[in-house]
Structure formats: structure tokens, C-alpha cells
Design a protein around this ligand. Structure first.
Ligand code: ADP
Ligand code: MG
Length: 700
């Protein structure tokens, strides 16, 4: 391409992954500058993005590296490291700073002359300044009203590929591309959805004539991106549901009914709905691949139990896999209670199961006398064989690796994979779930069991530690219990957060025996020690449980009314939310106290404020995604799914995503294989590498 020699070509590839002219025109501006507005210096503050001012040069000074001021004669000798240019308009004064190209700028910026300075304002030594602003003659006002700003890197800028150069290259590239570009969406879609043609969109996304054209261009490109992604995922799902044979489970069965009738409470509407969805899947003859989302405490365990009983009632076995030993034990204890009226036998298999017990369990699984196996990942070891595994339930899926899930898949009955139900309390925003799990079915429990008391959340500093202790004493006096959670076990030397051991000592001092009993649980303990301490707290023998985040998932102690989180700023939002979910399960009013350290970044403070402001996990997740961007979300990183969107944003474009998904479904309903001639462009697009993903359902 004219204007791109071998050097630039290499740089573009290395820094931005751009190889072809096509790649280049698909690099869109991430924002636009309105160069039609000139700001008064008095109105500038350092939080603003780039601005332009029209100002007169009042004073120019040169400095050496050591800070000494230099006379202009020194310009010849390459000893000037910084040039300070004071500029003023009638509202105020500002400094422009240059480190490079000083000689040329010095000649240009004569005191008394006026220029347009364009750059990002900041504050240095209490003075408003702009480092390396673009300088233009005042009458040479920029013609385009909106100017695109492209992603760039230090290297690119240092090698002279500035914003201006980028714009020039883009202009050239568009000249080459636009005459030959193929429309990617069929005509009827453009008409039905009111989308502008691709050529228009490409031109306007780079060089918008006005806001309106830009909006149309951006909408078309976002819609196309999300639509094709959904189309590819839904098409895979369609193929799978046609091909993947599943165990057909026709009856509800006595076990299910016996358990259901003896429940101590009514299921919530959401629980009932989800169980119906699961039942439909399990009797469809296709394999179920369902993701069950439900906030902490929404009652997922009950759904798991009843689903497992459906499998058992049809003559199959079920397994429930939990991420930690403690949780597996608690599941086992709870579920055994629910199973009592059914006569179904459950077993617990974890890393600490003895060899003798293990043999017995293996035998029971192989002859079918054990109906439901509960355990940690120990239950997917190769030595574990089921007589007829019909349903695998995975609790808190993000803690399982891809390999582990795949192994479970292979434990089916006569080569038919078990139905799979994955449960998660990590509230994945709907938009993200649709993209990540576009080919999975998603059920949501969006209703809490009745009688749950809201949790009051406070965020306090070190000064309130004493008050916090007193508060816990009051709660203990009322017969309640408290969790105190620390982010780490051993203090890292660099970071100043409280370590668990010190914290424990402090707590034991503040809550002495015999009046108070404090239990401690952390990752370095043996399983027995952990279980002993945990049991003491669950059974109410200990008033306080000091722990690391091992209690994060699933543990249920309804009598606990206080959750103290130390160095709360160190935790991620979803982790904090999960921890808070440990309280508020009983009849009493509950509290979550976020203890924050002295150095809390703006970002962390926002997280803490968010947590104080809402208890709704999905709302939190949406907000969190807006704060951080979707790539970062817990649970998505581990899943290793590449969701690199070029223009659409999962955080902001939820509405477009919804529409795109519905529309993709609508098209597949009419033409599932995309084999009709009108849909040829779509079939062609889906051949691209980025849509040739693995079958996600198999790894989820
Ligand atoms: P999670 O979704 O976090 O796994 P659990 O299944 O542990 O939630 O349920 C939390 C608590 O709510 C448990 O004590 C459980 O017995 C109780 N529970 C579940 N469903 C209901 C319901 N429909 N009505 C009342 N309590 C319920
Ligand atoms: Mg749970």
C-alpha cells in the first residue's frame, strides 16, 4: 500500500496485528475528537480527555537535564532536554511542554503568535500543562468535524506513526478497499433491520461526516459483529442438539415425589421453573447441557437434588461435584437429609476418603446400589466407574479445569454422555452469558427464598476496629456468630495487609476464653484440622470463625449474622459478594463489614461503594463489567474463551446483542444449515477462522 514501507508494515503487524489492507480498515477509532470546539483555558481541568485551546505564546524557556535554564544559543548543542512554553488566552494561562523536536518548535512558537494547541491536559507542580500538544495554525482549522483516534502504542508513536499518519494511511486504505468490498450481510437483512451498507459503514466509521452518520455506521458494525457471533454459536447448538443423543428419562419417579412431598418449605417460583426446564431437557432424548445461574443463597442445591432424583427415578445414577472438600461434606450432609424419605443411597468421595471406604464406594457405584455420588474432583478419577451415570452436576463451575470436565463427560452409559448441569453463583451478566455460552441453555434462579433478611453493608477504616469488636460482642451476646475473613495466609513482605495469623492472635486476645471460642480455617491445614474447626463453627461451638477465603463457596451457617472482611480492597467484587452471601441466611438481621486499609485506590473504592450500594448480584456484575470491561470478569478468564470483539461492547451494547441473538435464531429457524442462496453470504462469513471455535458445550 502506498505510504507503508517494509518498516511500517512490520511495526503494524507487531504492534497491532495488522497484516492486510483489510485488517487495517477493520481497525476502528476507539473514540472521536470534536475538533470544532475550542475550550477556554479557564475551563480546562486535568480529568478532561483531549481538548484544544486557542492561545498566544507568552514565554518560552529551555532547560537542561539537571533543571538549569539554558539560553537559546544552546539549542545547537543538543543539551536541551525540555522546552516550556507558556500560552495564554483571555481566560487564563497554561504550560505546553516539549521534550522532542525542540529546535523546530522553538523556531515556530514565537512569543506573541497565536496557535491552536491540541492535547491531553494534566497537572504538574500544581500547574496546568499539556505535554507535546499538536500545534496548528489558527486559521488551518480542521475540516472534518469528527476526527477518529486509533488504538496505538508507544512504539508506534515513537516511530512516527502518529494519529495524523494513521488517518492518512486509513484514507489510502479505504480508497483501495471500498470499490471492491463485498457486502457481508444479505440484502434482506439490511432491509429488515434498517442497516446501512458495509461500504457506507466503513467510510463513516473512519471519516464521519457528522454524528448521525457515525451512529448509523457504528450500529451497523456492532450489529453485524454480535449477530455473526450469535449465529455461529446458535448454529453449533442446533447441530449439537440434532446429533447429541441423550439418555431419555421419561418418568418423574417415586424418589423425586417422595423428596418433594417432604420438603420443609415450598420451592420458589424460580426453582420450580428451572426444575421444569431441566425435566424437559432430560426427557427430550437429547443430551442436556444447561448452565444454572443463581445468586448466592438462591437455593441451587435443592434443584440439584431434585434433578439427581429424576435421574435415579429413571434407573440411572447421578453425581454432584463440588470444588472443595468442605463444600462436598456439607452437600453430603444436607443432601442425605433430603434423601431420607426416598430410600436413595448417597455416598461421599473426596481426597480424604480412606482406601477401604473407597473400595466399598467403587463397588456400590459399579453395582448401582449407590444412586447419588457426591464429592470433589476425586470422583472423576479414572478408577471411578459408574454402573449407569445419567446426570453429572457441577457446582461452582469456574473452579474446574477443562480436562476435568471432559473426563466427566466420558463416564456416560453405553457411550452416551450423561446430561450435564453446571451450577454457578458467579453472576455472569446476561449479555456475557449469551456470548460465552451462546450454545448452552441457560437457566436463571432470579428469586430468593422468602424470609431472607437484607444484609446491611458498611465500609469502614482502621479507626473503627474497636467499634467492630464491640459490635461482634453484642451479636455474640444475642447468640449469633461471626465470620472474619482475611485475603491471605502469610503476609507478603511487600504488601501491607493483615495476615491471618496476626489477625487470629488479635481476635483471640479481644475475645478470650472461656467466654468466647474462636475457630480458624485456612488452606494450609490438613483436611482433618479444617473439618474439625469448620464443624465447631457450623455446630455453634465456636462464636467466631477466622479464615481465608476457603469459606467463599457454599458453606451454610444460618446463625451467623456478621461477616467481617479484612483488607476488603484486595478482593474482587464477585468474591466480596460471595463472601457477603454467607450471612443473611437466618431469621436475624445480618451485617457485612468491609474493613479497608489505608491505601485504597480509586478503583477499589468504587468497588467497595458498589457493594455497599446494592445486594443484587446481577446488578453488581453488570456494574463491575462496566468498570473493568468484560475480559476481566472472574469465570470468563478461566474458561479460556476468546471473546475479542472489535467494536461492540458487552457492557454497553446489551440491547443490540439481544436483538442480534433473537434475529439469528429467527433466521436459523427458517434455514438451519444456512443453505438457501439468500443466506450464502452468511455461510461464507461463518467460514472465517474466528468462528471455527471448539464445541464449547463439551468443555463447559
Ligand atoms: P445456593 O444457591 O447458594 O447453593 P443453597 O442451595 O445453599 O443456596 O440454599 C441456601 C439456603 O436456602 C439453604 O439453607 C436452603 O435450605 C434454603 N432454601 C432453599 N430453597 C428454599 C426455599 N424454596 N424456601 C426456603 N428456603 C430455601
Ligand atoms: Mg451452593
Amino acid at each position: 500500500m502506498p505510504g507503508v514501507g517494509p518498516k511500517r508494515a512490520e511495526l503494524l503487524q507487531k504492534e497491532l496485528g495488522i497484516v492486510t489492507v483489510g485488517d487495517l480498515v477493520h481497525l476502528y477509532p476507539f473514540r472521536y475528537i470534536d475538533r470544532s470546539t475550542v475550550v477556554r483555558i479557564a475551563d480546562i481541568h486535568p480529568d478532561l480527555a483531549q481538548v484544544q485551546v486557542k492561545a498566544m505564546v507568552t514565554k518560552v524557556r529551555l532547560f537542561a537535564k539537571n533543571g538549569a535554564e539554558l539560553p537559546p544559543e544552546k539549542l545547537k548543542f543538543n543539551v536541551v532536554s525540555r522546552m516550556s512554553v507558556m500560552v495564554a488566552d483571555d481566560s487564563g494561562e497554561m504550560e505546553a511542554v516539549f521534550f522532542k523536536g525542540v529546535k523546530w518548535m522553538y523556531e515556530r512558537l514565537r512569543p506573541g503568535s497565536t496557535f491552536i494547541f491540541f492535547g491531553k491536559p494534566s497537572v504538574f507542580n500544581n500547574r496546568l500543562n499539556m505535554v507535546h500538544p499538536e500545534v496548528d495554525a489558527p486559521d488551518n482549522s480542521n475540516s472534518g468535524v469528527l476526527t477518529g483516534v486509533y488504538p496505538s502504542t508507544e512504539k508506534l508513536k515513537n516511530s512516527g506513526i502518529t494519529g495524523k499518519v494513521m488517518l492518512r494511511m486509513m484514507g489510502t486504505a479505504l480508497q483501495e478497499v471500498l470499490p471492491v468490498v463485498q457486502e457481508t450481510l444479505p440484502d434482506y437483512i439490511l432491509k429488515e433491520k434498517g442497516l446501512v451498507p458495509l461500504t457506507f459503514a466503513l467510510r463513516q466509521i473512519h471519516f464521519p461526516v457528522d454524528q448521525n452518520a457515525l451512529a448509523k455506521a457504528s450500529y451497523r458494525l456492532k450489529f453485524e459483529e454480535l449477530f455473526l457471533l450469535q449465529l455461529s454459536l446458535l448454529k453449533q447448538k442446533y447441530v449439537r442438539s440434532r446429533n447429541a443423543v441423550g439418555l431419555k428419562m421419561d418418568v418423574v419417579g417415586d424418589a423425586f415425589n417422595a423428596c418433594y412431598k417432604s420438603l420443609p418449605y415450598d420451592l420458589t417460583g424460580a426453582q420450580k421453573r428451572v426444575i421444569r426446564e431441566i425435566r424437559e431437557d432430560m426427557r427430550s432424548g437429547h443430551q442436556m447441557n444447561r448452565l444454572l445461574q443463581g445468586d448466592v443463597g438462591s437455593g441451587k442445591t435443592m434443584v440439584a437434588v431434585l434433578s439427581a432424583l429424576l435421574a435415579v427415578g429413571n434407573g440411572y445414577q447421578a453425581c454432584i461435584m463440588a470444588p472443595t472438600e468442605v463444600l462436598a461434606q456439607q452437600h453430603f450432609a444436607n443432601i442425605s437429609k433430603y434423601l431420607r424419605p426416598t430410600g436413595v443411597k448417597a455416598a461421599l468421595l473426596t481426597g480424604t476418603t480412606t482406601a477401604a471406604q473407597r473400595r466399598e464406594i467403587h463397588a456400590g457405584l459399579e453395582d448401582g446400589s449407590i444412586g447419588i455420588l457426591i464429592g470433589t474432583h476425586a470422583l472423576i478419577e479414572d478408577t471411578v466407574n459408574f454402573w449407569a451415570l445419567g446426570l453429572a452436576i457441577i457446582d461452582e463451575q469456574h473452579r474446574f479445569g477443562v480436562d476435568q470436565r471432559a473426563r466427566l463427560w466420558n463416564k456416560g452409559y453405553r457411550q452416551i454422555p450423561p446430561h450435564v448441569l453446571v451450577m454457578t453463583a458467579t453472576p455472569i451478566p446476561r449479555t456475557l452469558a449469551m456470548t460465552l455460552y451462546g450454545d448452552l441453555d441457560v437457566s436463571v434462579i432470579d428469586e430468593m427464598p422468602p424470609g431472607r433478611k437484607p444484609v446491611t453493608t458498611l465500609c469502614v477504616g482502621e479507626g473503627k476496629r474497636h467499634a467492630m469488636h464491640n459490635f461482634i460482642r453484642d451479636e455474640i451476646a444475642k447468640g449469633r456468630q461471626a465470620f472474619i475473613v482475611y485475603p491471605l495466609i502469610f503476609e507478603s513482605e511487600k504488601l501491607d495487609y493483615k495476615n491471618l495469623e496476626l489477625g487470629y492472635e488479635e481476635i483471640v486476645k479481644a475475645f478470650p476464653l472461656p467466654q468466647y471460642k474462636v475457630a480458624i480455617v485456612h488452606g494450609q491445614q490438613s483436611a482433618q484440622e479444617k473439618a474439625f474447626n469448620m464443624d465447631a463453627f457450623v455446630a455453634g461451638r465456636a462464636n467466631i470463625l477466622v479464615s481465608t477465603t476457603v469459606i467463599e463457596v457454599g458453606v451454610d451457617v444460618p446463625n451467623a449474622s456478621v461477616m467481617v472482611i479484612e483488607s476488603a480492597e484486595r478482593f474482587g467484587l464477585s468474591q466480596l459478594h460471595q463472601l457477603r452471601g454467607r450471612v443473611g441466611r437466618g431469621a436475624e438481621r445480618s451485617y457485612c463489614i468491609l474493613m479497608k486499609g489505608t491505601k485504597v485506590s480509586k478503583e477499589s473504592q468504587k468497588r467497595l461503594d458498589l457493594l455497599v450500594s446494592t445486594e443484587n448480584g446481577f446488578e453488581l456484575a453488570e456494574e463491575d463489567m462496566k468498570l473493568r470491561g468484560p475480559g476481566d470478569l472472574e469465570g470468563t478468564m478461566q474458561s479460556g474463551l476468546p471473546i475479542s470483539l472489535n467494536i461492540a461492547s458487552l457492557a454497553k451494547d446489551g440491547l443490540i446483542l439481544n436483538d442480534a441473538r433473537g434475529y439469528a435464531q429467527h433466521i436459523l429457524d427458517r434455514d438451519p444449515a444456512l443453505s438457501e442462496p439468500v443466506n450464502a453470504p452468511l455461510a461464507h462469513e461463518l467460514q472465517r477462522d474466528k468462528y471455527q471455535t471448539k464445541d464449547y458445550s463439551r468443555i463447559s
